[in-house]
Design a protein around this ligand. Structure first.
Ligand code: PMP
Length: 413
């Protein structure tokens, strides 16, 4: 079954079949957002053509159909990450909103002066700035687990974690996979160690969801955040997973329709999770299409997707390392890393690399990748990033290498 699903994988993605600047598109910006298969686009169209209606409050047929499909998507997402209960799946706009929800709701209720919030030196701004804000608001301190190696090749300093993880640490927030370095963190171990001092854990799974198998019960996290658009789903939809015991005690961040039991002129009472955290009309269509993305990815197999990413990144590392003047950051060639490679090009700004590659029909990303403090630590202002997904091929890596060689020649001459 899986082999059949893989056979024609590129044909599933309409957007890939176009020319950019007269060349066949090579899309290597999957770390920013992934492309969408026909099955996901069809789910959106089908919903709007047949079932569109508001959920939860209606008794008519379309409203019941929309509600069933929306709640069915929640159950599908729960199964996708092996949550124990669909009520642990909160639909949000994406990773950023999910993390902000925890930082505001949980942070407001639990953080006080003298407390410590722990994070790492290589977080995306979305898993950094909300904690700066929460710590500031509470008079708590934000501390960082260091990154090892001049090029960030050593990963998290786990020995330093021993000294940093004190009983003062109330929350530990970390990424599963770094969007700039490609580092894969030992998330289950980090959760285990945080639990030993009573700290709540928050995982940023933006780069891992849809790329590697992910099981929240096996990882043992309290919260986990991700975006639909990086896993073949639509933009504007994402998930906050929260352990039921924690969600039940958490106050809502936003209030309004759909999340209340009783309202008087004096006050209101809240429904349980998930409704308590989904005030207003939810993003029904995109949630349903995200469920379709789960089906699509599981038909291919996440083990197989991870193996495919891994094969491509190994080839890319080997070929890029052979080019002079390229400094690759993150785990070394041969070491475990996710399917992305970030590099600095001696004498050429990342924005020039991206612009030149675009002339060759290749989509890359150049800049600080929402990792400004990390860039500063590595002594860089920006890097160029090629990030792979299930539809990329080795032939596309050859196109990338040829383009980089052309850029190098241009700037050397
Ligand atoms: N964390 C990481 C590691 C990311 O790569 C991204 C997206 N670049 C985010 C958080 C934020 O995701 P979104 O913009 O979809 O909220």
């Amino acid at each position: 079954l899986q082999a059949a699903a893989w056979r024609n994988v590129r044909a599933d993605f309409p957007v890939l079949h176009q020319q950019v600047n007269g060349k066949p598109l090579v899309y290597l910006d999957n770390g920013a957002t992934s492309q969408k298969p026909r099955a996901v686009i069809d789910a959106l169209v089908r919903y709007y053509e047949r079932d569109n209606s508001n959920v939860h409050r209606g008794l008519h047929t379309l409203s019941m159909r929309a509600t069933d499909a929306y709640e069915g998507a929640r159950t599908r997402l729960a199964r996708f990450i092996n949550a124990a209960d669909p009520a642990e799946i909160l639909f949000t706009r994406g990773t950023t909103e999910s993390i902000n929800l925890v930082a505001r709701s949980w942070g407001h209720a639990h953080l006080k002066p003298g407390d410590v919030v722990l994070t790492t030196e290589f977080e995306h701004h979305s898993n950094l700035v909300p904690w700066q804000q929460a710590a500031k608001a509470a008079g708590a301190t934000l501390k960082y687990v260091p990154l090892l190696g001049a090029d960030g090749e050593g990963g998290l300093d786990l020995a330093a974690l021993d000294t940093l993880l004190t009983p003062q640490v109330k929350l530990f927030a970390f990424t599963h996979i770094s969007n700039t370095l490609g580092t894969i963190n030992p998330v289950a171990e980090l959760c285990r160690r945080a639990r030993a001092v009573g700290a709540v854990t928050v995982i940023d799974a933006a780069q891992s969801i849809g790329h590697v198998p992910l099981d929240v019960q096996q990882i043992g996290c309290d919260f986990l955040a991700f975006s639909g658009h990086k896993m073949c789903g639509p933009t504007g939809i994402g998930v906050l997973y929260g352990r039921r015991a924690l969600l039940d005690k958490l106050a809502p961040d936003e209030t309004g329709g759909g999340m209340v039991v009783q309202v008087t002129y004096e006050g209101a009472t809240w429904k349980p999770a998930p409704e308590r955290f989904e005030a207003g009309t939810p993003n029904v269509a995109d949630a349903i299409a995200l469920g379709a993305a789960c089906d699509y990815l599981d038909a291919l197999g996440r083990e197989q997707i991870a193996a495919h990413d891994d094969r491509l990144v190994r080839v890319a590392m080997e070929k890029l390392s052979a080019l002079p003047g390229i400094r690759i950051i993150g785990p070394r060639a041969g070491a475990e890393r996710s399917g992305l490679v970030s590099f600095a090009f001696e004498g050429v700004h990342a924005h020039d690399v991206v612009t030149f590659a675009d002339e060759d029909g290749i989509a890359l990303r150049g800049g600080h990748h929402c990792n400004q403090p990390l860039m500063r630590k590595l002594g860089l202002t920006s890097t160029t990033r090629a990030s792979f997904y299930l539809y990329n091929t080795e032939a596309e890596i050859d196109r990338l290498v040829a383009s980089l060689a052309r850029i190098q020649k241009f700037f050397a001459g």
